[in-house]
Design a protein around this ligand. Structure first.
Ligand code: NAP
Ligand code: FE
Length: 368
């Protein structure tokens, strides 16, 4: 058994300011990557720039990372980072900005790799320049995973690239959630929930790496009523939401995500569904399928969340993210692709049959 998260992680209020020296130690010329506007509005970009300015560190900001970042965007950013002479990348934002920062860190260190070839397995592991991650959503945990999920629109593929890129440093501050709408908090918290559930219901789950999802699911159970209520999320919960997301990232860093994530990518690619709900739609049916194979694990997950049955779990997700509507044609297309997705299917404890794959789609979709 092995436990490996080589990222230096701080989770606390004002942690960019508090750990300025750690940030400054990472490199000498920073290339900062953000989404279009949120990092400017929630104060995270200002916090990072204040640290760099105080030490006269040159930096350049790239604020063009779109949701579900593309090979075109990371190729373009890598070109700019190269021209600027950056020696490290700071990703500030949701999973999209941080994943894009990781891909650019790899491209910067490997000028011969074309962004369009990022999904091709390398002959030997490739290096990357260091990455600093400052998350501003509470879902992907990308600050604590080696994963970078990139979309290549030319070949209609959304998938993690095969390179492992752990950030060198993660500065996690719940205060950046203050500007987030409740829907964004719910959507991303559902992603974190899926990371922990898929990490336990996974052939790579073991007593050592279960420490993370078991603790994180307990935290998730403590804030689930706040997510389900009609009131805004109390600011006192921001740090717990962020911490849970980072712990969920540490969970999948050891096991990888399983079937619900494998099913989500086509939904996002073809229907533009945000990542959290795209995963969450499939989660209850996946848990139901696993209940037949590893009943004790499912019982344990439900107990940690403070739920009694898989029906309660399903009802909770339905209240949070509703159900997904797809056409019959799309449903059949997604199902056919998933039935040959061996890397994800092989992660199911006890295996999964084609009929069970059909069951998950039929239970999760309203087909029109
Ligand atoms: P996201 O795509 O990064 O961001 C979603 C939206 O939220 C954007 O419009 C963004 O605006 C906005 N936003 C971000 N922080 C905000 C804040 N504090 N307040 C208000 N708005 C804010 O969403 P995400 O769910 O975090 O990331 C999804 C991506 O991560 C997907 O591509 C998914 O596949 C990937 N993912 C990666 C991992 C991993 O381990 N690497 C794991 C799971 C998922 P701006 O565009 O203006 O910033
Ligand atoms: Fe995810």
């Amino acid at each position: 058994m092995r436990f490996y998260v080589p990222t230096d992680i701080y989770v606390e209020k004002d942690c960019v300011k508090n750990h300025a020296q750690n940030l400054l130690a990472v490199g000498k010329r920073a290339f900062i990557m953000t989404g279009h506007s949120s990092a400017k509005k929630n104060g995270s970009l200002d916090d990072v720039i204040a640290v760099l300015d105080a030490d006269h560190v040159p930096y350049q900001v790239f604020d063009q990372v779109e949701e579900n970042p593309s090979t075109d965007t990371v190729g373009n950013a890598a070109q700019q980072a190269r021209e600027f002479g950056a020696d490290y990348i700071i990703g500030i934002g949701g999973g999209s900005a941080i994943d894009a920062a990781k891909a650019v860190a790899l491209l910067l260190a490997n000028p011969s790799v074309d962004a369009d070839n990022l999904h091709k397995a390398p002959e030997k592991p490739l290096g990357h320049v260091p990455v600093v991650a400052v998350p501003t959503t509470c879902g992907t945990g990308s600050e604590a995973t080696p994963v970078s999920i990139i979309t290549n629109h030319k070949i209609h593929l959304k998938k993690s690239i095969p390179h492992r890129i752990f950030p060198a440093l993660a500065l996690v501050d719940g205060k950046y959630l203050a500007s987030a709408k409740k829907t964004l908090i719910i959507n991303t918290a559902v992603d974190a929930l899926a990371h922990m559930v898929e990490s336990i219901l996974n052939v790579y789950s073991n007593t050592f790496n279960r420490m993370c999802p078991e603790y994180g699911l307990k935290l998730w159970g403590e804030f689930k009523d706040a997510l389900l209520s009609n009131s805004p999320v109390d600011e006192g919960l921001y740090e717990k939401l962020m911490l849970t997301s980072t712990i969920a990232g540490m969970s999948i860093a050891h096991t990888s995500t399983a079937v619900p994530h494998g099913m989500s990518y086509d939904l996002t690619l073809h229907q533009g569904t945000p990542h959290g709900p795209a995963v969450g739609y499939f989660l209850a049916a996946y848990v139901e399928v696993c209940e037949k194979k590893v009943p004790e694990d499912v019982k344990h997950i439900l107990a940690l969340l403070g739920l009694k049955s898989t029906a309660d779990f399903s009802e909770m997700l339905y209240k949070l993210i509703d159900k997904c509507k797809v056409s019959r044609e799309m449903r059949d297309k997604f199902t056919a692709a998933m039935k040959v997705n061996r890397p994800k299917l092989d992660l199911v404890p006890g295996g999964i049959t084609p009929e069970e794959v059909d069951f998950i789609y039929d239970k999760s979709f309203i087909t029109e």
